[in-house]
Design a protein around this ligand. Structure first.
Ligand code: UT7
Length: 328
């Protein structure tokens, strides 16, 4: 027994914000952004769109690809750091939009590692309990709503989008898509990537607003170093657990943070650049959405064939990290 991917979908908002647009907003340049990050443009949601709307676009396509109705879902897990509101959960808001009346729904917060954490949870639920048959997992973000558009060191990096997977059971282990996984966290680094205010520690006040503490704050170069070390370590553990050599991996699908990070991770794993899936130039860093966006492009573009190994790896605030070896 195991699980398999029944359908994948993604959604990005229409509005494109290019590096040249950003040059008019902050003291930056297309040249700096491209050489330091690989990003050329990102998508920005409309003012009236919330994260659940982006998630709904991706979920509808994933359900269509799976050929199932929303009522067939047993659970919905939304991974996001930009939930519609603190509560109720964005998963419940999405449930109503989809009409998934038989699902139990919750949000999961593991920053950029969120989709992989959600996959691990869904895998455990499906394999441990026979009453759960179909689960929708989604990584969705409206990062434009938490980015400080006056801070050039962060605002050039992020974008909005959503990626969704419908997961179901399979009878024989041959079809099982999750071969191995490794998840980890290190709470010693909570302050290098965070939104300082707006929670119980520092509730919203005139002072927190004046101090711009409701925006994402990041110590970029520290995060960079931790990201490479953690993802490489985690990927190696997964490959070892699966008994798979790096050369056998068809695609390394890393969280799309910065092409320099992706290249460094691939280099240390001995995976050639042609084996690294990258769309960071088009979408920037979309946090929990990024791996879902990649997987949807791989699926719709026919870029992987049955039996191919895809090594998914992510890293984010918390700190959190996760790697999953998928058999396509
Ligand atoms: O999603 C998971 C979490 N996020 C990440 O994984 C992101 C990890 N970090 C990074 O990707 C990189 O650290 C950044 C892209 C954020 C920054 O690149 P860097 O090579 O580490 O640059 P830096 O922060 O060391 O800054 C170098 C210089 C600084 O100027 P000085 O002090 O050398 O004069 C910055 O002020 O670049 C300056 N700078 C900029 N210049 C033009 C920072 N942002 C910009 C900008 N445009 N947008």
């Amino acid at each position: 027994m195991g699980i398999r991917i029944l359908g994948i979908g993604s959604y990005v908002p229409e509005k494109v914000l290019t590096n040249f647009d950003l040059e008019k907003m902050v003291d930056t340049s297309d040249e700096w952004i491209k050489t330091r990050t690989g990003i050329e443009q990102r998508r920005i949601a409309a003012a009236e769109q919330a994260t659940s709307d982006l998630a709904c676009g991706a979920a509808a396509k994933a359900l269509e690809a799976a050929g199932i109705k929303a009522e067939e879902l047993d659970a919905i897990i939304v991974a996001s750091i930009t939930v519609d509101q603190i509560f109720p959960s964005t998963a419940c808001i999405l449930q109503k939009k989809l009409g998934a009346k038989n699902a139990f729904c919750f949000d999961l917060e593991a920053a950029c590692s969120g989709l992989l954490y959600a996959l691990e949870v869904a895998n455990s639920l499906l394999t441990a309990n026979k009453k759960y048959k179909k689960i929708l997992v989604i990584g969705a973000e409206k990062l434009s709503s938490i980015v400080d558009w006056e801070d050039r060191s962060t605002c050039v990096l992020f974008g909005d989008g959503a990626g969704a997977l419908v997961l179901g059971k399979c009878r024989n282990t041959e079809e099982n898509c999750i071969v191995a996984s490794n998840l980890g966290s290190d709470g010693h680094y909570t302050d290098i990537l965070q939104i300082p205010a707006g929670g119980s520690r520092l509730p919203a006040s005139a002072e927190t607003i004046a101090n711009r503490q409701h925006y994402l704050a990041m110590a970029g170069s520290e995060v960079f170093k931790c990201a490479v070390t953690a993802m490489v370590h985690s990927c190696k553990k997964v490959l070892k657990e699966a008994g798979i050599a790096a050369e056998e991996v068809r695609w390394l699908v890393p969280h799309q943070a910065n092409y320099r990070i992706l290249r460094a991770v691939a280099g240390r794993l001995g995976i050639p650049e042609t084996g690294v899936y990258m769309n960071v130039s088009r979408y920037g860093n979309t946090s929990a959405a990024s791996i879902g966006l990649c997987l949807d492009e791989i699926a719709r573009g026919g870029l992987a064939k049955p039996g191919d190994y895809l090594l998914l790896t992510a890293f984010g605030g918390g700190l959190t990290w996760a790697s999953i070896l998928l058999k396509w």
